[in-house]
Design a protein around this ligand. Structure first.
Ligand code: SF4
Ligand code: SF4
Length: 68
């Protein structure tokens, strides 16, 4: 399984990665705010992640670190 670190304090909740994920397993939190006041991204099904890096390439704020 891929190993993903989400630096959610860097996230500004723009949603670009949510749209970029081919597996549709990223979503913005509906309850948790980060220190910047944004609802950060979270992964809903880590087992389904293919480590394609699409989210990491799309995110302007270097929120994702993914290892195969
Ligand atoms: S690495 Fe690919 S499959 Fe995994 S969360 Fe990111 S975009 Fe989705
Ligand atoms: S693209 Fe980056 S900043 Fe935007 S919601 Fe996704 S993780 Fe957060």
């Amino acid at each position: 399984m891929a190993k993903m670190t989400i630096f959610d304090e860097r996230c500004k909740g723009c949603g670009l990665c949510v749209r970029a994920c081919p597996k549709k397993i990223l979503e913005l939190s509906k309850t948790k705010l980060n220190a910047k006041g944004y609802y950060p991204v979270a992964i809903t099904d880590m087992a389904a992640c293919t480590a394609c890096q699409s989210c990491a390439r799309t995110c302007p704020d270097l929120v994702f670190e993914i290892e195969k």
